[in-house]
Write a protein that binds this ligand. Structure first.
Ligand SMILES: Nc1ncnc2c1ncn2[C@@H]1O[C@H](COP(=O)(O)OP(=O)(O)OP(=O)(O)O)[C@@H](O)[C@H]1O
Ligand SMILES: [Mg+2]
Length: 253
């Protein structure tokens, strides 16, 4: 997808990131469309989380450029990148454990109503919006429960709901199904396909090939901090280099 295309949301150009002498990202170039679901896969230590950290402003790239909707955000702080319309989840849940599920969502809705006004086309009240999000994520059943006391899988679901409540243009998910049961994972796949993909672009780092193949329009394979291959699920599945570097073992367990 070319940089000038109106439908490109995120552009990453030759991004490098070093920690001391250790070059973790070695020139990553890709772009993500406005309604695309992108999976980033690769062996442990390939640089996937670092890539998300650079895109979301946790780390500035050592060199290269990241732009969102044509705006250079390479050196922007994480909070201003959130305002530009990027929201992420972490490998480790980042919720308010002593608040209820509904309260956690309200916190995100309030934040969104402050900084995402321009992207809000519907005129619904915060309470209605909260209830809509609870329903969308099948969390109405847990609305009044403290986050600390619900299952790990349900916490992951709340985290997703909180992230979506920020009304992002691009949602970044780092191993969203880690700790989920097979049934919860299936529910997650359906959620992406039936609800989330129509509202924003999604970039997810994921080891579960069922999730990757069941949701992604395009897959980027990172190995040793560089893009080994990029393409649709079938072309990636059948790519000999990818098989050798990663998929052989990924499909084995
Ligand atoms: N803050 C940091 N300081 C130094 N080295 C780091 C830092 N963050 C990551 N690294 C190194 O960068 C490399 C890539 O790590 P990263 O966490 O990005 O991999 P990953 O692809 O997400 O792996 P996993 O699949 O295990 O989550 C690793 O060698 C890691 O030790
Ligand atoms: Mg990681």
């Amino acid at each position: 997808m070319s940089d000038t295309s109106a439908s490109v949301l995120l552009t990453v150009r030759d991004v490098r990131k070093s920690f001391g002498n250790h070059e973790v990202l070695r020139g990553v170039t890709t772009s993500i469309g406005a309604n695309e679901v992108r999976a980033v896969i690769g062996p442990n230590g390939a640089g996937k989380t670092t890539f998300i950290n650079v895109v979301t402003g946790i780390y500035a790239p050592t060199s290269g450029r990241v732009s969102l909707a044509g705006r250079d955000i390479s050196r922007a702080a994480p909070h201003s990148i959130v305002r530009e319309g990027m929201a992420r989840t972490y490998q480790i849940a980042s919720l308010y454990p002593s608040l209820t599920v509904a309260e956690n969502i309200v916190v995100a809705c309030r934040a969104a109503s402050k900084f995402s006004k321009a992207r809000m086309t519907d005129a619904i009240s915060p309470r209605e919006y909260r209830d809509r999000m609870l329903e969308l994520f099948n969390l109405t059943r847990l609305a009044g429960r403290q986050v600390a006391e619900i299952s790990h899988g349900d916490q992951r679901l709340v985290e997703l709901a909180v992230t979506a409540s920020l009304r992002p243009r691009l949602m970044l998910l780092d191993e969203p199904t880690a700790g989920m049961s097979p049934a919860e994972t299936q529910q997650f796949i359906e959620l992406i396909n039936t609800r989330l993909r129509s509202s924003c672009a999604i970039m997810l780092v994921e080891h579960d090939m069922k999730v990757v193949m069941g949701t992604a329009d395009t897959i980027t394979v990172l190995a040793n901090g560089a893009v080994l291959a990029e393409g649709g699920p079938d072309s990636i599945r059948n790519n000999a280099k990818v098989q050798e570097a990663y998929l052989g073992s990924a499909f084995a367990h």
